[in-house]
Design a protein around this ligand. Structure first.
Ligand code: TRP
Length: 77
């Protein structure tokens, strides 16, 4: 995807609800690999866009996501 189009992607917001939350970036394309991990501590927030390199993310730990789809928690308790 050209850089100017990537800039127009929606941002997602991930807020860590505990220490040591991990955001894992998964590669776009035929194979699915971890290519980046990012650690957040409680209260830290990361804003991110999907790119030509990243088509999916996986989140480990207790976190709240704010996306165009609404607000989703990784845990319900
Ligand atoms: N490499 C896969 C892709 O670009 C990553 C992926 C996206 C994926 N969505 C998925 C892997 C759903 C498993 C399930 O399509």
């Amino acid at each position: 995807m050209p850089a100017d189009m990537m800039c127009q992607q929606q941002y997602i917001v991930v807020k860590a609800l505990e220490n040591g939350v991990t955001i894992i970036g998964l590669t776009r394309g035929k194979d699915t690999r971890f290519h980046h991990t990012e650690k957040l501590d409680r209260g830290e927030v990361m804003l991110a866009q999907f790119t030509e390199h990243t088509s999916a993310i996986k989140i480990r730990g207790k976190a709240r996501l704010y996306t165009e789809h609404g607000v989703v928690d990784t845990f319900d308790d």
